[in-house]
Write a protein that binds this ligand. Sequence first.
Ligand code: IMO
Ligand code: MG
Length: 425
Amino acid sequence: MSVVALVGGQWGDEGKGKVIDSLAAKADMVVRFAGGDNAGHTTVNPHGTFKLHLIPSGIFYDNVACVIANGVVVNPAVLLREIAELREHGVGSHNLVVSDRAHVIMPYHTLLDGLEEERRGSSAIGTTRRGIGPAFVDKVARTGIRVGDLLDVDGFRSRLTSVMEQKNALLTSMYGHAALPLDEILEQYVDYGKQLRQYIRDTLPIIHDAIRRGDRILLEGAQGALLDTDFGSYPFVTSSSPLSGGATIGTGIGPTHIEGVIGVFKVYATRVGGGPMPTELEDETGHFIREKAGEYGATTGRPRRCGWFDAVAGRLSVQVNGMTEVALTHLDIFDGFKSIKVCTSYRMDGERVTSFPTRIEMLQKCEPVYEEFPGWDECTEEIGDFSLLPPNAQEYIRTISRLLGCPVSLLSIGPKREQMIEIRP
Ligand code: IMO
Ligand code: MG
């Protein structure tokens, strides 16, 4: 298959970076299409351990073109830092390009993200405070700055002057915050533009030339379906679409070119930030999963909320993404578990609910209904073939596949690139 989208099936942090890093060995191009540096994609490979926020996880392969496409919002400071960190580990970025259409995260975006979270008080979304929401708001409001704008100093100055007049009015009157200095920001961002110039391109022809050549292209999703603005637990969501549909708009690849959609799920569930999570475990088991798996945010360091696999939410995710296969990660975390639960439906006001509710007020009332499965004692971390897994682990994977209505084709059994089992029907 030449164009395959890889998307998060849950609330983000499913292990997309790890799976991309493994699959990129057979790819020609990896493209980020949504989100920004709210993403934290961890990869452990021969170069070291990395938490990438913006650069596609294919960067470790010299011959893989890496594209930050138009759908991403780019914080230039973060991108430059990431390029420098990779360089320190001997990883070059000569194979990286950034779309001139991608929007730029400006200092007022990060500031407003934090101020708005403070203002929301107890109903805060729990954003990463990276300015993601405010940057996407500006994109849609047509007051955004695009990466290409940084290269045209005069045009940039006039645009920024107009935008900052509005931002400073908002900062001072609504939040009682000091106005931000236009000239300083202008100078700083013109400098970022100079430093990034070598990477900035119209990425559309680059991607379409690759499609024409029949190159193998991986579209690297960020966040997860349950954080989607339309289908997630609104308003506790992110501000761009993490779905396979988002990959078309975020890259300029029409849907007919996308031949497969891999959904990445953990064998359990995690969520970081606010909003309902029906299977959350605020007990010893939840604590145990968090500590064993190191479930702390790659971007913010916050402890992630942990719980059992939620197949109701998972089915929504398969549906809205048109998933053709599933990659299950963190199977090894369940090694040694006596039994494992999976949420197969919810109970709300005494009624059985089998589809993910549209409103959080309903979702908050949903109690998970579990099926329990026997666990296994064996260590799965070194196993190379599905048939060699403990029978109960095989059965658990078959159960997830049946509940999701989608074949499981990949299994991750540890953080390293090679800890991956391919399952062929
Ligand atoms: P990756 O790509 C997990 C969550 C935040 C918050 C909500 C909105 O690593 O899976 P935002 O800063 O986007 O406005 O925050 O979305 N969130 C993520 N959670 N993984 C991510 O990315 C996330 N990106 C955003 O915690 O609840
Ligand atoms: Mg993450």
